[in-house]
Ligand binder design. Structure first.
Ligand code: UP5
Ligand code: MG
Length: 191
């Protein structure tokens, strides 16, 4: 598909803030294609390639996979979709990633930011870790993910706030209540 006509929404928020949960609700109501950068990376890891093994190590340490890897996976997934509206979940996670994506693909129309205290996110992730099978849902890695989020990803949130593209939403209430605020931001987009 021709990505110059794509409509892009970035979905940001700390680990366990509820990005994936809200994306599912958005897909149901607004018909976007949901692309989770983390899910795309975990699919690559499953292939057991040398690159996949390297990425697995970085994710286990709560570090960021190199920008070119994520951008390539996202672009491939976008090009092979028949939809032209994309919810990009968990990306960009650093300023250079935002710049690269904007130059190589397109700037987003809107950026949703799910704001959540670390204590709440930690509680959710430890609970999910009981059954998720995700190698990064353990106390040690969770702390590292929080650190990376604050150091690398919060500057992205601030960047889009300055550009007046950010909708900051509290992620603390139950999912359906968070979604009411998401709807307000979505409905502000030109249709
Ligand atoms: N839950 C959700 N909403 C709730 C609510 N309102 N109230 C109570 N509970 C709620 O939710 C997490 C848990 O909380 C679930 O059990 C849910 O039921 C409950 P979820 O919707 O899964 O939250 P989400 O924000 O999606 O959490 P996730 O763990 O996916 O966030 P991360 O940002 O940590 O994970 P991601 O998959 O995006 O990235 C993983 C790793 O990949 C990164 O650490 C990094 O190493 C790597 N990565 C990159 O390097 N580059 C990228 O671009 C992307 C990822
Ligand atoms: Mg997620």
């Amino acid at each position: 598909a021709d990505l110059s006509k794509a409509i892009i929404i970035f979905v940001l928020g700390g680990p366990g803030s509820g990005k994936g949960t809200q994306c599912e609700l958005i897909v149901k109501k607004y018909g976007y294609k949901h692309l989770s950068a983390g899910d795309l990376l975990r699919e690559e890891v499953k292939k057991r390639t040398p690159l996949g093994k390297e990425m697995e190590g970085l994710m286990k340490e709560g570090k960021l996979v190199p920008t070119e890897v994520t951008v390539r996976l996202l672009r491939q997934a976008m090009q092979s979709s028949s939809n032209h509206k994309f919810l990009i979940d968990g990306f960009p996670r650093a300023l250079d990633q935002a710049e690269t994506f904007e130059q190589e693909v397109k700037p987003p129309e809107l950026v949703l930011f799910f704001d959540c205290p670390e204590e709440e996110m930690k509680k959710r992730l430890l609970k999910r870790g009981e059954s998720s099978g995700r190698s990064d849902d353990n106390e040690e890695t969770i702390v590292k993910r929080f650190r990376t989020f604050l150091d690398c990803s919060m500057p992205v949130v601030e960047y889009y706030e300055r550009k007046r593209k950010l909708a900051k939403i509290s992620a603390v209430p139950p999912p359906d209540e968070v979604f009411v605020e998401v709807e307000k931001a979505m409905d502000s987009l030109p249709s």
